[in-house]
Design a protein around this ligand. Structure first.
Ligand SMILES: NC(=O)c1ccc[n+]([C@@H]2O[C@H](COP(=O)([O-])OP(=O)(O)OC[C@H]3O[C@@H](n4cnc5c(N)ncnc54)[C@H](O)[C@@H]3O)[C@@H](O)[C@H]2O)c1
Length: 293
């Protein structure tokens, strides 16, 4: 198998009992990595059984993996998933924040509980695991993070205020991991996948053309030593791999020494609104530099 190896590396994958996460676990384990297959559940819960099944699959292939059942939407659970890597394999090299749930409802109907439940798993959960893993990676001078956003979060989707808010928040979190980890060889990237899984069941024929395995190689790459990019977002699905970015264009400057009027904003709105000549800043300083005349 190619040149991308995970020998002597340990990877934690949240929500890896099924769907996309399961495919990442299998591919990384096949490449020699030790994998912590996190997926929540009590003894009677099928999710727990799912994590155990993935571990059995990996072991049958001769790989190393353990099942870990923490609910990563709690600080204790996020910490426990990372502790499992250190306790069982002595280290953590990559964290794939993948666990997720949906509680779709239009803004007219959504409850605070529905909003908070989704933010708790996607955004807070990714923060808890990241907070636990980051200092270890910093101390060892190596780390890879992969976060999971969604086109619904980046571009908007009816009925997904909770999901979209959490998924966009993850982009900000990944960028800060990238900025703060830069000196320690810690790279952080985000994928926006499209795949037929339990989460997207019933979404129609489009999903049939999107097997999860079409997403896997991108995540394997981003979680590996071969990866050299950071703070980027990639759209991945159905064989397509493409960059998504947040850019800022040069826009328009008002007259020096005074604030423009609202009428001047109106008169110059085409220039303000134009995407021509945009850049993609890597931090707030690069954006702020554009504010200088
Ligand atoms: N499938 C897609 O097309 C698609 C599109 C955009 C984004 N995503 C994102 O990809 C990720 C994986 O989704 P999937 O499609 O494989 O869904 P999935 O439902 O098949 O898998 C998600 C897994 O996360 C686990 N999980 C949920 N809450 C958890 C918690 N608190 N702690 C631990 N595990 C938990 C679930 O038990 C489940 O096994 C999610 O973050 C999802 O939002 C998926």
């Amino acid at each position: 198998m190619g040149g991308i190896s995970f020998m002597n590396r340990t990877v934690v994958i949240t929500g890896a009992g099924r769907g996309l996460g399961r495919t990442y676990a299998l591919d990384i384990a096949k490449r020699g990595g030790n994998v912590v297959v996190n997926d929540l559940g009590s003894a009677a819960d099928e999710s727990k059984a799912e994590a155990e099944k993935v571990v059995e699959e990996i072991r049958a292939l001769g790989g190393n993996a353990i099942a870990e059942f923490s609910d990563i939407s709690t600080e204790k659970g996020g910490q426990a998933a990372i502790n499992a890597a250190v306790e069982n394999f002595g280290r953590i090299d990559a964290l794939i924040n993948n666990a997720g749930i949906l509680r779709d409802a239009s803004l007219a109907k959504i409850t605070a509980d529905q909003f908070n439940a989704v933010v708790a798993v996607h955004l807070n959960g990714s923060f808890y695991t990241t907070k636990a893993a980051f200092p270890i990676m910093k101390a060892q001078g190596y780390g890879r993070f992969v976060f999971t956003t969604s086109a619904a979060g980046l571009f908007g989707n009816f009925g997904q205020a909770n999901y979209a808010a959490a998924k966009m928040g993850l982009v900000g979190l990944s960028n800060v991991v990238g900025v703060e980890g830069a000196k320690s060889n810690i790279l952080s990237n985000v994928i926006a996948p499209g795949a037929k899984t339990r989460m997207t069941e019933g979404m129609g024929a489009l999903m049939d053309a999107l097997p999860p395995e079409q997403v896997t190689p991108m995540v394997t790459y981003l979680a590996s030593k071969a990866c050299s990019t950071t703070q980027n977002i990639y759209s991945v699905g159905g064989g397509s791999f493409a960059r998504i970015f947040v850019g800022v264009a040069p826009g328009w400057f008002g007259q020096e020494g005074r604030a423009p009027t609202a009428e001047e904003i109106e008169a110059n709105f085409d220039k303000i609104d134009s995407q021509d000549g945009y850049i993609v800043p890597k931090n707030v300083g690069e954006e702020a530099a554009l504010l200088k005349r």
